[in-house]
Design a protein around this ligand. Structure first.
Ligand SMILES: Nc1ncnc2c1ncn2[C@@H]1O[C@H](COP(=O)(O)OP(=O)(O)OP(=O)(O)O)[C@@H](O)[C@H]1O
Ligand SMILES: [Mg+2]
Length: 315
């Protein structure tokens, strides 16, 4: 039944009930209304208004739920749906809204998957070019300098060594950037070694990184491995950039049906900071593999990032 007719029906029923009650009740209204009659009429009116509002409220309550969900829905936390009963116009509206959410979530996850795949491909391309073009070029420069060192006079040797040191440091830097862009160790040696390399890299920044991984974790496949790696990388970057922490714990364990990655620090905590590209990126990646990401307070006193990767789909 259309909403308009539903409201008319409810109002009509209430008016009929009021009229019947008035007809059957032993009440009379004088030409000049008496106070006692006024009291009865007032109570009658209140009864009608209350009954009407209760019936309308029950009938329109689903619309309130719809408006609330429309205000708060967040596509990064999929699966929020309205419960629908009946096939009234309101029910159809709720069902339509649920179907729209379903469509939006699917489209969003497809386009995110494409965007992240394109980002990874671009990173790989840049890493390859850095390694192959600039890396090879610098290696050639170093070889040239080495050959030159046999021929330059003794007073220029110190300067030459400085140039060699700079070229070597730049080569290391280029290799480091290429490695961060494309975690080759992930493909070559697997997730455990890649996380160990990450831990070592961040330890070099004056942070104490405690790595806790349990052996015998299921093989999650390259896509899940990459998500876990990228989440750990961003979480550790955030710890190094924002937390003033002294210690950070990087843990990967199995807990029942999930593999759990946690990055806990003992720093100053989130303090209500708004999520930006980094944390949103972690959420997007988690959604891609059906994992759940939470960022909150850590038992170590700072911030905790938890990524729960379901492993029933483990290969
Ligand atoms: N481990 C942490 N300790 C303290 N504050 C944190 C931590 N991680 C994140 N934050 C806070 O949360 C904010 C959002 O983090 P997010 O990674 O989304 O963005 P960002 O690091 O500022 O920038 P980027 O987009 O380059 O990652 C940060 O600006 C910071 O204030
Ligand atoms: Mg960040």
């Amino acid at each position: 039944m259309p909403l308009y007719w539903r409201v008319c029906l409810i109002n009509g029923l209430v008016f009929v009930a009021g009229t019947v009650a008035l007809a059957l009740a032993p009440v009379t209204v004088s030409a000049t209304v008496l106070v006692s009659e006024l009291v009865v009429l007032t109570f009658g009116l209140i009864g009608i208004v209350v009954l009407n509002s209760i019936l309308l409220r029950t009938s329109l309550a689903p619309l309130d739920r719809l408006i609330r969900l429309m205000d708060t829905v967040d596509l990064q936390r999929p699966g929020q749906r309205l419960t629908v009963a009946g096939s009234s116009a309101v029910g159809q509206l709720l069902r339509g809204f649920n179907a729209m959410l379903e469509r939006l979530e699917t489209e969003r996850s497809t386009s995110n998957a494409k965007a992240l795949a394109a980002q990874e491909a671009e990173r790989q391309r840049i890493a390859r070019e850095l390694h192959d073009e600039i890396g090879q070029g610098l290696t050639a420069v170093l070889l040239g300098l080495k050959q030159l060192s046999a021929r330059v006079p003794a007073e220029a040797q110190a300067d030459l060594r400085d140039v060699q040191d700079t070229a070597r440091a730049t080569l290391d830097e280029v290799r480091g950037v290429a490695r961060r862009l494309r975690p080759g160790v992930l493909e070559d040696l697997g997730l455990h070694s890649a996380l160990a390399a990450l831990a070592t890299e961040f330890s070099a920044h004056g942070l104490r990184v405690r790595r806790v991984t349990s052996p015998g974790l299921p093989d999650l496949g390259s896509e899940r491995d990459l998500v876990i790696y990228r989440v750990a990388q961003e979480a550790l970057t955030n710890v190094a950039r924002h937390s003033d922490a002294r210690t950070v714990r990087l843990a990967l364990n199995r807990q029942g049906p999930v593999v759990l990655l946690t990055v806990d620090d003992d720093g100053r905590g989130l303090r209500g900071a708004a999520e930006s590209t980094g944390i949103r990126g972690m959420r997007e990646r988690a959604l891609l593999i059906g994992a759940e990401l939470t960022v909150g307070a850590s038992e170590l006193g700072g911030t905790a990032v938890r990524l729960e990767v379901p492993c029933e789909a483990a290969r």
